[in-house]
Design a binder for this molecule. Structure first.
Ligand SMILES: [Zn+2]
Length: 333
């Protein structure tokens, strides 16, 4: 098996993955080990063909190692994908599509699609359960009105208003995982179902004084809070929300320094990416690269990438695709 711990730097990665065959071999090994499984019938009797593809001896299906992964039907060499994956997962504050464009010698549009496909690998699952000491807090992402031109300012957007800002709700188990998501609003009725989904009953919850958390005790949680309004940040050494504030600080720094601004539609992907980085911050770049190679077994085509942006885009994309097929079919006929 390939020893991923040797990929301590981008130099060692490029040295090893110097040709397409080595990349394909690593991908096949990461997904199947020595025992290749047919993606169509699920049987194990597959042999490698001379052209590098595989053939199932049961159903006679020919397939490549990229089938069912984010690389499927991509015209880019796997080496370019691996470099982009390594860059995105190893940089503490992520990498913009413009940087990927320059580092991988692709167009910005290609870099954007690659980045979004790779970002889709970070998706959170709802299988996470937080317990013990759990901090929760909400933050609001959006430009300050004072920084905008007078004609573009909206009245009454201070504090917790969601007129121009997007609320994000986060929970962190002390010495454990962090979970965060974009929410419609920060009303108790919206947040309580999320809390009961992710936090085990009987856990001790730490929040600030905002009254959206007043029903935590009613729902079976111990509830302790600090009064940020009165400039109280820690009480009795233990009651604070500093762990979740730490994640917010990291998240804001990434958004402002690398991306400058993100669209509301794609925000959850950026949250997922930063959460992955935050939750695996003890690990090094080689571990993350290995983990991502295992995660890339996920079909993701252009429609999937666009699907979060807006329905209109997908409809438009499908129309363009249908039109292309029509022209192709005419030409073949
Ligand atoms: Zn088969």
């Amino acid at each position: 098996m390939l020893d991923f711990s040797k990929f301590k730097s981008i130099k060692s990665l490029i040295n090893y993955f110097h040709d397409e065959e080595t990349c394909k071999q690593a991908l096949a090994e990461a997904r199947w080990g020595d025992d290749v499984i047919c993606p169509r019938c699920g049987k194990h009797h597959c042999t490698k063909r001379t052209d590098g593809r595989f053939r199932c001896n049961e159903c006679k299906y020919n397939f490549s190692c990229t089938i069912g992964t984010i690389f499927y039907r991509s015209k880019l060499p796997l080496q370019v994908w691996f470099i982009a994956m390594y860059l995105i997962s190893s940089h503490k504050k992520s990498v913009s599509s413009l940087q990927i464009m320059r580092d991988c010698e692709v167009t910005q549009k290609t870099a954007w699609f690659m980045e979004n496909k790779i970002r889709s690998l970070y998706e959170q699952t709802d299988a996470v359960a937080l317990s013990g000491k759990v901090e929760m807090d909400e933050m609001y992402l959006g430009g300050r009105e004072t920084n905008k031109h007078k004609s573009k300012r909206t009245e009454g957007t201070q504090g917790r208003s969601t007129k121009t800002k997007t609320p994000i709700f986060g929970m962190v188990q002390r010495d454990g995982k962090t979970v965060a998501m974009k929410v419609e609003d920060t009303k108790g009725a919206t947040l309580m179902p999320i809390v009961s989904q992710f936090v085990e009953e009987g856990s001790t919850t730490y929040t600030d004084e905002v009254n959206i958390y007043c029903k935590l005790t009613e729902n079976g949680y111990d509830h302790l809070f600090v009064n940020h309004g009165k400039r109280e940040y820690v009480r009795a050494n233990d009651i604070h929300t500093n762990s979740i504030e730490g994640f917010w600080a990291h998240f804001k720094r990434v958004i402002f320094s690398t991306y400058h601004s993100v669209s509301k539609d794609y925000l959850q992907r950026y949250i997922d990416e930063q959460l992955y980085r935050w939750n695996t911050r003890e690990q090094d770049a080689s571990w993350r690269f290995e983990d991502m190679l295992k995660r890339c077994l996920k079909p993701c085509d252009y429609a999937d990438v666009l699907s979060l942006s807006s329905v209109v885009n997908v409809v438009e994309w499908k129309r363009v695709k249908a039109e292309k097929y029509r022209i192709y079919a005419q030409r073949v006929a």
